[in-house]
Structures are given as C-alpha cells and as structure tokens.
Design a binder for this molecule. Structure first.
Ligand code: ADP
Ligand code: ASP
Ligand code: MG
Length: 411
C-alpha cells in the first residue's frame, strides 16, 4: 500500500468521457489499497478560452482578477471527477487550492508555493477518501486567489507529494513518458526509461513543455520521486532520477529541446568601452524583461555589435527601449528578428565526451542551416537559427546523435 499523488493534465480530463476514464483508473488504485491524492488541470483549451474572454475586454487585464478568472477551469474538473468517483462507489472530496491552503506569495499569474497545510487531506485519506485538489492555484496571505503560471498543475502535484511525503508523484499526460524529443515533431523519437533531474530541468527550461520547470525544480529540491506516464495507456512511463550511477554508461545526448518563444535584438556599432553591457541591459531588466542568450562581438574599429534574446511577448517593448539606448550610447542603430528558434541538445554524458558541439554544428551545416548564436553549459549546447529550419534541425540532430527509434539510447 502506497500513497500516490497523481496529476492529470488537460487532455486527460478534456471531456466527460475522459473524466470517467480517470475515475476508473483511480478506482483501480484504491482497490489495490493505495491512498490517492489527485490533482487535475482544467479541461484542455479551457484556460486559453478564459484568457481569450479577458482579452476581449482588455489587452493586459488586472492580474488579480485574471487569477480569479483562470482558476475557475480547475474548479470544474475537481467537482466532475469527485462525482464520477462517487458514482463508482469510491468516496472522494474535491478542494480548491485555497481550501487545502496551498499558500503562495502574492505574485499574481506566476505565484510561488510557500506552504501547504496537510491536516485536512490527511484526515480524508485516513477516512478512506480520495482527495481531489485543483491544480495551478493557491491563496496568498490576504486570502486572494493566485495561480502558478501556465502548466502550473504539475507544480501543484509535486508540491503536494513533497508535503505529504508521497511514495511517488505521477504526472499523467497524453504521451507515455518523456521522449528524446517532442514525439509530435519527430515520429522516430523514443521514450526514455529514466532521465536525471538535471537533464529534465534543462529540457524543461529549453522548451520541452511536458513538465513545468518549477515542478522539476521542486521535485529535485525535495527529493520527490517523479514519473511521467500516459493516462490513455498502461506502461512504466519515465522516471526522473536523482542518483547518477557512475558505473552505468550514459547516452551522450538524452534529448533535444526546442523553443520558438524567443526574439533576437542587436545593437550595432556600440562603442567598445567598459559599462556598455550594463547600459544596454540595465533598462531592459528594469522593465522586468528577462534576457536569455547574450553575444558580444570582438570589436574591429573600437565599436562592437551586441546581441541578445528575450521572450517574443517582450520583443516590441525591448525594441522601444533599445531605440532610446542607441541614442544615449551613440550606437549605429538596432535591429530585431522575431522569426528565430532555439534548438538545444541536452545530456549529462556530454561532461565526459569531447566534440559534442562540433558534431552538432556539422549536422546543422550538412543541412545548410546557419547558426546565429550559440550558448553552452556543462550538459547542454543551444543554438539560435531561423525559425523556418527548426523542425529540420531537430530531426537532423536526432539522427546525428543516434536517437531515432531502433537505435539504442543506452542507460
Ligand atoms: P498536460 O496537458 O497533460 O499537462 P502538456 O501538453 O503540458 O500536457 O505536455 C505534454 C506534451 O508535451 C506532449 O503532448 C508533447 O507534445 C509535449 N512534449 C514536448 N517535448 C516532449 C518530450 N521530450 N517528451 C514528451 N513530450 C514532450
Ligand atoms: N490549466 C492551466 C494551464 O492551462 C494549468 C495546467 O494545465 O497545468 O496552464
Ligand atoms: Mg502541462
């Protein structure tokens, strides 16, 4: 008998039939004697629909009210799932984030969980009930409803598992695990039996939306055993592992992530003197715009070009700021490009293998894909390329690093 926190995503509860199927699955676990806490997302498309309604009123609505609005999606699914379980003779109770006291800070639309009150959940579990909690939402110190950022139900699941010291946090979704890359883009992608937290964190940060970044951070920090599985079919899924067994041979590359959410900005002809980077990026960060990759060229004539990337939603704002900066710095001008994509290879095996980056660059060159920017860390190499070549690049790299189905991704 174990305690599992099971999170079911939007597609997994996307219709009444799907909710009934989840209820059947949960009933199966209860019959085997396991204690179950379920976290559900809103029905697929619902959160987008709600955001769309708000945007019909205002482009940037008040964030507190936005949270009151978007948190309703999950309130629908918790109640429906509780009904479907009770219909099957399985005792269950649904709770909003505020009711179980998932306490967060007050950063509306991207709040962070600070504390979780477990008394009520424990009492229900002891009474033999399935506890159903609305994902993605919490409450701040003042009783305001907050939400945790898109994809935040993953984080609710992991945080509840940590607070309840569950045996495993199971993230049920519409694919049967974490793949070498998005299986919707590369048909030959393979499911991984295991992936380390470090790799999963990089994959999530670099664009693989299968898990919200914060959920992986949380699981790593609190040592929550985490597994990604399909709610549509049975199978072992993918275990996110902490231990890094030195004796086992690792694949050089575990996965390929990609992201078309960024845009690139360049300030041209900047005087090559101390303090320039801070004079360019200072005003950007003061506007709360996050900068990802940065490249500064070597100067030829005492001036240099300075390029960086931001989220595409911040592109226009960043461009407006730079126009001001260009005048102040006496730079030659600025340019921007939002039709870019970032493609990254990730793997802990990189640490012990030389030549990974050059193999990546060779594979891209063979497809005539120009690399605009490069950034590396110990376990990843990222490149910025033209958006139109993104899928070609991912497929080429998937093949070059022997990740296609039929090849062995060693463990
Ligand atoms: P949910 O609604 O269950 O939270 P998401 O849409 O957030 O599901 O995440 C699952 C999706 O993540 C899959 O349908 C898949 O297209 C995408 N995905 C991206 N990269 C990967 C990867 N490396 N492995 C598996 N799925 C991935
Ligand atoms: N419903 C929220 C979203 O669509 C949270 C989640 O699904 O995890 O982002
Ligand atoms: Mg998700």
């Amino acid at each position: 008998m174990a305690l599992y926190v099971q999170k079911y995503g939007g597609t997994s509860v996307g219709s009444v039939e799907r909710i009934e199927a989840v209820a059947e699955k949960v009933k199966g676990f209860r019959e085997r004697g396991d204690d179950i806490v379920v976290v559900v997302s809103a029905m697929s498309g619902e959160t987008n629909r709600l955001i769309g309604l708000a945007n019909e009123i205002q482009e940037h609505p008040d964030k507190r009210e936005m949270d009151v609005l978007v948190s309703t999606g999950e309130q629908v699914t918790i109640a429906l799932l509780a009904m479907a379980l009770k219909k099957r003779g399985v005792d269950a109770r649904s709770y909003t984030g505020g009711q179980v006291r998932i306490l967060t800070d007050s950063a509306h639309t991207k709040a962070r969980i600070q504390d979780i009150e477990t008394t009520r959940m424990r009492a229900d579990l002891e009474a033999g009930r399935v506890v159903i909690v609305a994902g993605f939402q919490g409450v701040d110190d003042h009783g305001n409803i907050t939400t945790l950022g898109r994809g935040g139900s993953d984080t609710t699941g992991v945080a509840l598992a940590a607070a309840l010291k569950a045996d495993e946090c199971q993230i049920y979704t519409d694919v049967d695990g974490v793949y070498t890359t998005d299986p919707r883009v590369v048909a030959g992608a393979q499911r991984l039996d295991k992936i380390t937290f470090e790799e999963m964190l990089e994959m999530a940060s670099l664009g693989s939306k299968v898990l919200q970044i914060r959920s992986v951070e949380f699981a790593g920090k609190y040592h929550v055993p985490l597994r990604v599985l399909s709610s549509f079919q049975d199978g072992p899924g993918t275990l996110i592992t902490i231990e890094d067994d030195e004796t086992v041979e690792k694949p050089i590359i575990s996965g390929i992530a990609f992201n078309r959410d960024e845009a690139k900005l360049t300030v041209m002809g900047v005087p090559d003197i101390p303090g320039v980077a801070s004079r360019i990026l200072g005003p950007i960060s003061r506007e709360n715009i996050e900068v990802d990759m940065i490249v500064q060229n070597v100067s030829a004539d005492q001036t240099t070009d300075f390029t960086f990337t931001v989220h595409r939603n911040d592109f226009e704002r960043a461009q407006n700021i730079l126009e001001q900066v260009v005048t102040e710095l006496g730079a030659r001008g600025c340019s921007g490009n939002s039709k870019i994509a970032k493609v990254s290879i990730v793997g802990v095996g990189m640490r012990s293998h030389a030549g990974v980056a050059s193999k990546m660059f060779d594979a891209l060159a063979a497809e005539n894909i120009n690399i605009q920017m490069i950034s590396t860390s110990e376990i990843k190499v990222s490149v910025v390329i033209a958006e139109k070549y993104m899928e070609l690049a991912v497929r080429a790299l998937h093949t070059a690093f022997n990740l296609d189905k039929g090849e062995t991704v060693c463990e």
